[in-house]
Design a protein around this ligand. Structure first.
Ligand code: FAD
Ligand code: SF4
Length: 522
């Protein structure tokens, strides 16, 4: 009787994956820790520790359920340190006839496996069923549409799943979207809930020591590691969020705090993307909390939209357009990443705090990613590849299928408006309205010119001026180009000079291949 090797990747830690439930009794299930996966970008040590520890706990749970499990540890002498080679080596070791794997979430690995399909042992890819919308369904939805908008996709998904819909299949509360009630600025006195604490067990401590030895040169600290590494811990985080943070999620979804990294956000993206939680159970938990009256509708809807809408939408866009999507650079941005993205060493308080929180927790919330680090890179004209590699490296939840559309499309507008209808560019005024950073910054957010002027301001106008040809025709940009065109030529020139001076004096990381871009990350 033939015997398959079932390969479980680090972001496939879900017990009812079809590749597992459909496996014959004699199958060998295999998980691999390999250097190559930890290094293709310099992943944050907490991200590597989270995945290795979650993989080890998952292997243990599978053994307890009666599966025969092979586990390659990073330090094993015979570890080939490359995922494909390791799978083929282990398949031979156990005399397996074929290798079965759930379709990977990143093109990079998907493409490599595709190319091995005619080899022996033969590779088979099984569809990943952990999303609301299959790729075939997304492609059908996209077919024939001139323009894609997340909102249209989201409404379709609501109807398809019945989430937050009434008996007539109309949206609960008679509205699809409660954004008008959301997005309040940061209140003066705020006490967001502390996240649940997960004391690292022996297994996690061993992994942390291993990661420190092998990846200690990467940006980020392991201190304070507090991510869920088992399904039980992830469910605990989910329940904690629903009870303590979801009731305020919508209201302060866009607020940024100098002191509180998580505010009322879920902190669930790492567990969701690794497979410890299913998106349906997360959305149902939020809906149930609204039904039993403990959470207002604006918060539940705002939260479900992120998962049922944005998360599914960016995945569909990714697979519909890869591999070409990664090459897009419609604004012809050509600067390297400012070097302080790897140190936080800048006087710009908003950027410093976003990068410090990233270093300490492998986390920054959506608006910090979009409107602080993202917005700044957009205004500076950072190359998509350089920025994407940074986002892919530094966050607990980062995988290319979700990181790339968010960074290249939403933040950098490098796809020319395919994903979002306008660039999310903003001056310091936006950050001042939504955060308490500016009061503690050495720059003056109200100034645009001069040594103490907030750099976002001149960069913003210079960005608009540079890209007038591409952007001025956009209906949603009309107002702002109206203001630019009303400005005197002297003022425009002064802003341009200020921005260019600032850009010229910034330190940039060397481009890949032209220097040691890993040096001095810590
Ligand atoms: P919450 O704010 O509480 O949101 C709840 C859930 O909604 C998240 O857990 C996540 O699963 C989902 N979600 C929210 N916004 C998005 C979005 N724009 N795209 C996809 N899912 C979303 N998210 C990732 O999971 N991985 C990434 O690599 C990633 N890269 C990003 C890069 C940039 C430049 C930007 C602007 C956003 C990125 N996001 C990414 C989206 C978002 O910032 C994170 O999902 C979110 O901050 C995770 O924290 P949370 O669980 O507390 O989310
Ligand atoms: Fe950021 Fe400018 Fe505010 Fe300083 S003044 S925190 S640089 S927006």
């Amino acid at each position: 009787m033939s015997r398959p090797l079932i390969v479980i990747l680090g972001d496939q830690l879900t017990e009812d994956l079809p590749v597992l439930t459909g496996a014959p009794d004699n199958a060998v299930v295999a998980l691999f820790e390999v250097e190559e996966e930890g290094r293709y970008v310099p992943h944050h040590p907490q991200k590597i520790a989270f995945l290795f520890s979650a993989m080890r706990h998952f292997a243990q749970a599978l053994r307890q359920k009666g599966h025969q499990v092979h586990y390659t540890c990073l330090d094993d002498n015979d570890n080939t340190q490359d995922l494909i080679s390791e799978a083929e080596r282990v398949a031979t070791l156990y005399d397996c006839d074929d290798i079965r794997v759930t379709s990977p979430g990143e093109w990079r690995l998907f493409d490599r496996i595709q190319k091995r399909r005619s080899n022996t042992p033969t590779w088979y890819m099984v569809t990943d069923d952990r999303f609301f919308c299959s790729q075939e369904e997304f492609n059908q939805w996209a077919q024939g549409r001139q323009r894609f908008r997340m909102e249209h996709f989201y409404r379709w998904m609501r109807r398809e799943t019945g989430l937050l819909m009434d008996e007539q299949n109309n949206p609960q509360g008679e509205r699809w979207n409660f954004d008008q009630d959301n997005r309040k600025p940061l209140p003066r006195d705020i006490h967001p809930p502390e996240p649940p604490q997960h004391q690292p067990d022996q297994m996690t401590r061993e992994v942390m020591a291993l990661v420190e030895t092998h990846f200690g040169d990467h940006f980020g600290t392991l201190e304070g590691f507090n991510w869920p590494v088992t399904r039980r811990q992830a469910l605990n985080d989910l329940n904690h969020f629903i009870k303590h943070a979801l009731p305020f999620f919508g209201d302060y979804q866009d607020a940024i705090s100098d002191q509180h990294p998580f505010l009322y956000h879920a902190r669930l993206s790492g567990a969701l993307n690794a497979g410890l939680l299913r998106p349906l159970e997360v959305c149902q938990a939020a809906e149930n909390a609204w039904r039993d009256g403990s959470v207002p509708l604006n918060c539940t809807e705002g939260f479900i939209r992120q998962i049922l809408g944005w998360r599914e939408y960016v995945r569909g866009i990714y697979w519909l357009n890869m591999p070409g999507y990664k090459q897009r650079n419609d604004l012809k941005a050509d600067r390297n990443l400012p070097a302080f993205y790897w140190t936080g060493d800048t006087d710009m308080r908003c950027l410093r705090r976003a990068i410090e929180m990233t270093r300490d927790h492998a986390y920054a919330h959506h608006i910090q990613r979009l409107m602080v680090t993202g917005n700044f890179a957009l205004l500076c004209g950072v190359r998509p590849e350089a920025l994407c590699d940074w986002y892919l490296a530094v966050y607990i939840d980062a995988y290319e299928w979700v990181e790339l559309p968010n960074t290249l499309g939403m933040v950098l507008y490098a796809d020319g408006g395919y994903l979002g209808s306008k660039p999310y560019c903003a001056s310091g005024k936006y950050i001042d309205r939504m955060s308490d950073h500016c009061q503690q910054c050495r720059f003056d957010v109200k100034k645009s010119i001069g040594e103490d002027a907030c750099p976002f301001n001149s960069l913003y106008w210079y960005f608009l001026e540079r890209h007038e040809k591409q952007l001025a025709g956009n209906q949603r940009m009309k107002l702002i180009y109206g203001s630019l065109n009303k400005m005197s030529s002297d003022k425009r020139e002064a802003l341009r000079e200020q921005a260019i001076r600032f850009l010229d004096q910034l330190d940039y990381e060397p481009a890949y291949g032209q220097g040691d871009h890993l040096a001095g990350y810590r």
